[in-house]
Design a protein around this ligand. Structure first.
Ligand code: ADP
Length: 494
């Protein structure tokens, strides 16, 4: 906690998403809840985001500065700075350059990722510095997130804002943010940064590596993932650098915001319920079955939900194979997801082949996601790798037991009775095989039909979810941010 005698720590969180203004995955949730949590702990917190069209069309914004020149290679681009409110007392400063950010999608459209994403986020990262001058919000620390803001670390290292420290958060090591050779001049760093020790990655530059190599401290979003990314198998080619910087790497488990994710108050549910009185959960299941076009008969059988981006990381391949086994076990399946068109088609085909028993809702629909978390009995998260994962935590908060692959944050948050955890909060499996997923699902099915076990496990899951609080996570961030800021300012500031 910031002491009364010291001025409050000023933290600027630079990210490509922050809920509720702009969210595509867990990054948006985490930034959107960390910023207000830091503010509640006494920090002065603000967020820097691109001014996506979805924000400027929907949220009240005011213009703070116009036509600030930002150099991108040979061009000088005119950037505006807008201000919106992320949460009470937490401003969101928006970098507006419509040719880059005034599009309908954040990272891409139905044809795939935008081809100029490297240019878009190089511009965004560079624009953070004129934004700081224009708004007068001079941070002690910039908390940068994932490849989209990785360039901020070497820019600070190169003297862009003397005295300001950089903490870089790795939410997903799988996205390297590669900059091809013919775009390197856009980065605007001296040549010494374009080396093996710096940004260079197999002949290209990696913006993710930029953050890892030059930040004052590194965070990743669960203790297990912090260990995993230092291994060649899961290090995406950056494990050597991560081992080299391991004394600076911290695993801080993401938290969830209980004011946003609570079955007692969630306005999107057909009925609210609590750990003490769970009768409303049945109404939520009935409502989910009706909305998903599933048979009423599933009221007496286990329903497995899934809420996910449809990308290979999320284990869709093994889910599609194991689904047949789960259907043989008498389960119903509801998948809410969008992403890779091949997965969308495969899930749609599975639903068409099993009417009333399998539902594939191909959409990004936050309200529906809450109905799936509440109305399902089980939630499947069979990820190939999972830095932290939020959906298993939401499921537990809603009394729905997760069935997960024990990797990254899933291993840190789900306790399986098979490992001696009683009563346990879910079911896990190790090897990335459909058969292992089906085996975990069969143990979940057995628990469903054993009322005393089911009652004990769902109660334990709901209780445990309270420990995944964003405040606990924010306190660990604050500790680290204060240490790094003090280190940067040197002994005279102590
Ligand atoms: P990731 O960030 O890798 O996508 P996380 O589990 O950390 O995975 O976070 C995913 C977030 O996105 C959760 O809040 C989840 O509910 C949400 N989400 C994912 N897919 C959908 C969807 N199709 N509709 C609504 N929300 C979704």
């Amino acid at each position: 906690m910031a002491s009364k005698t010291k001025p409050p720590l000023k933290v600027l969180i630079a990210a490509s998403e922050a809920a509720p203004l702009a969210k595509e995955g867990g990054l948006g949730d985490v930034v959107g809840s960390l910023a207000p949590a830091l503010a509640e702990l006494g920090c002065q917190a603000a967020v820097a985001l691109p001014a996506y069209r979805e924000i400027t069309d929907n949220a009240p914004v005011r213009r703070v500065a116009a036509d600030l020149p930002v150099r991108l290679g040979d061009a000088q681009l005119p950037v505006n700075v807008l201000e919106a409110e992320l949460a009470s007392g937490v401003p969101a400063y928006l970098v507006q350059y419509d040719p880059f950010f005034g599009r309908f999608g954040k990272y891409g459209d139905r044809f795939g990722a935008y081809g100029d994403n490297d240019e878009r986020y190089i511009l965004f990262s560079k624009a953070v510095f004129p934004l700081i001058h224009a708004t007068g919000f001079a941070p002690d620390v910039i908390l940068a997130n994932d490849w989209q803001t990785g360039l901020i670390a070497p820019l600070l290292h190169n003297g862009a804002l003397p005295g300001c420290a950089c903490v870089f958060v790795i939410h997903n090591l799988g996205y390297l943010g590669l900059v091809p050779g013919h775009h390197v001049h856009m980065l605007g760093l001296p040549d010494r940064y374009y080396t093996f020790e710096g940004l260079e990655f197999w002949g290209s530059m990696s913006l993710l590596k930029a953050g890892i190599a030059y930040a004052d401290a590194l965070v990743t979003v669960s203790p297990t993932y912090a260990r995993e990314i230092q291994t060649p198998e899961m290090g995406a080619g950056l494990d050597g650098l991560l081992r080299h910087r391991s004394d600076r790497l911290h695993g801080i488990l993401n938290g969830i915001d209980p004011s946003q994710w609570n079955p007692e108050t969630d306005p999107h549910l057909a009925a609210n319920y609590s750990i003490k009185d769970r009768s409303g959960k049945k109404d939520c299941k009935r409502d989910l079955l009706a909305r998903a076009g599933l048979s009423e008969t599933l009221m007496g059988r286990p329903v497995m939900g899934m809420v996910t981006r449809l990308v290979s990381q999320k284990g869709i391949d093994i889910f599609l194979v194991a689904a047949q086994e789960m259907l043989n076990m008498g389960m119903g399946l509801v998948v809410l997801g969008s992403g890779d068109p091949n997965y969308e088609q495969a899930l749609t085909d599975l639903a068409l082949a099993n009417p009333g028993i399998v539902s594939a809702i191909i959409a990004f629909d936050p309200a529906m996601s809450r109905k799936v978390f509440a109305g399902s009995d089980l939630l499947c998260v069979p990820s190939l790798y999972e830095p932290c994962g939020l959906t298993q935590m939401y499921a537990m908060a809603y009394g729905t037991l997760p069935v997960v692959r024990a990797t990254g944050g899933l291993a840190d948050t789900v306790a399986d009775p098979k490992d001696g955890n009683f009563p346990g909060t879910g079911f896990s499996f190790g090897p990335y095989w459909a058969g292992d997923l089906a085996w975990a699902a069969s143990r979940a099915r057995d628990a469903y039909y054993t009322p005393a076990v089911w009652e004990a496990m769902t109660t334990e899951a709901m209780k445990t979810a309270r420990n995944f609080s964003r405040d606990h996570s924010a306190r660990q961030y604050l500790d680290l941010l204060e240490r790094v800021a003090a280190e940067k300012k040197g002994p005279s500031a102590a």
